[in-house]
Design a protein around this ligand. Structure first.
Ligand SMILES: C[S@@+](CC[C@H](N)C(=O)[O-])C[C@H]1O[C@@H](n2cnc3c(N)ncnc32)[C@H](O)[C@@H]1O
Length: 281
């Protein structure tokens, strides 16, 4: 496993002076208690820290993206989205980096309530919380209107990763960037996804190559994936101007299902997954 040293991003917000700290803390506690798995991101409010299920991993993700320059350090004037925002730590970071609009989408109302609360508490007006699923996001945001989409910690939660990637593509301007963070297997020779049996909410655990392949098949160019920890990777791909090559079997309302290029009949493309070492006992 390749280990790369980099610094996590820092949390740039502090509570405005004269904020009623006790009532902010009480509301954060109430929102955390109302959610099945509690509060999401650990947030430094200044006078107090609210610990969350996901800790400060969101700052590590931002640091990894900065380290490999997978996203720009400034987002001035950009229209971006944070898909699966949970508490909104990353949505607010993008707002702080100058994004004009940050659509913050989550399918769980209690998660989105945390993001709404965080945005209003820190006066991050660019953040626009939206309740919904990634599969329907093209009905909520104007097609081809976004410069960048952050898709952190969600790919492996999807039953249908291809449909999710395709839905996001429809929102990006040509040349716009999809930024991924995912649980994954560090394997760039075999393209497969382990079935996760819903372990910690995981449907699929793709390999690094599988993530790149899925992006290419869903109409993204130049995908890159880098591992920054055990089974943790970040990736970047750019919306291509080409049509996606294959549409049959894809759960999407296409007008025309004909293949755009000949499909392969070469069995060697299905390089088998490596055999796992036998367990003890
Ligand atoms: C592991 S958290 C990631 C939070 C944040 N993006 C991060 O990286 O720290 C996954 C979030 O994605 C949301 N989510 C999962 N599947 C989704 C879907 N199909 N549409 C919208 N949100 C989804 C979950 O509700 C949860 O809040």
């Amino acid at each position: 496993m390749s280990k790369t040293a980099f610094s996590p991003a820092s949390w740039p917000f502090s509570l405005p002076v004269e904020t009623p700290v006790d009532s902010i803390q009480a509301e954060a506690d109430r929102l955390g208690a109302a959610s099945q798995y509690g509060w999401g991101h650990t947030i430094d409010f200044g006078p107090f820290r609210k610990e969350g299920l996901l800790g400060e991993d969101y700052l590590t993700i931002a640091g990894a993206l900065d380290h490999w320059a997978f996203w720009p350090t400034r987002l001035d004037g950009m229209r971006v989205a944070d898909i699966g925002c949970f508490t909104g730590g990353l949505s607010l970071l993008m707002a702080h980096r100058g994004a004009e609009v940050v659509y913050a989408l989550d399918e769980i109302p209690e998660h989105l309530a945390q993001c709404e609360f965080l945005a209003s508490t820190f006066d991050a007006r660019a953040v626009r919380p939206m309740l919904g699923t990634v599969y329907k996001i093209h009905e909520m945001i104007q097609p081809s209107s976004l410069d960048l989409i952050l898709f952190a910690g969600v790919l492996y939660h999807l039953s249908d990763m291809l449909v999710g990637l395709h839905a996001l593509r429809s929102l990006l301007k040509p040349g716009g960037s999809l930024i991924i963070q995912s649980n994954a297997v560090e394997d760039f020779e075999h393209s497969y996804a382990n079935f996760g049996r819903f372990f910690a909410g995981t449907w699929w655990q793709p390999t690094g190559l599988c993530i790149k392949d899925m992006c290419e098949h869903m109409g993204y160019a130049d995908p890159e994936v880098k591992f920054y920890g055990t089974n943790l990777c970040v990736g970047r791909a750019v919306r291509s101007t080409d049509e996606i090559p294959f549409r049959r079997g894809l759960n999407w309302p296409f007008d025309d299902l004909r293949d755009r290029r000949p499909r392969t009949l070469d069995w060697s493309i299905l390089a088998p997954a490596p055999r796992q070492p036998p367990g003890k006992g």
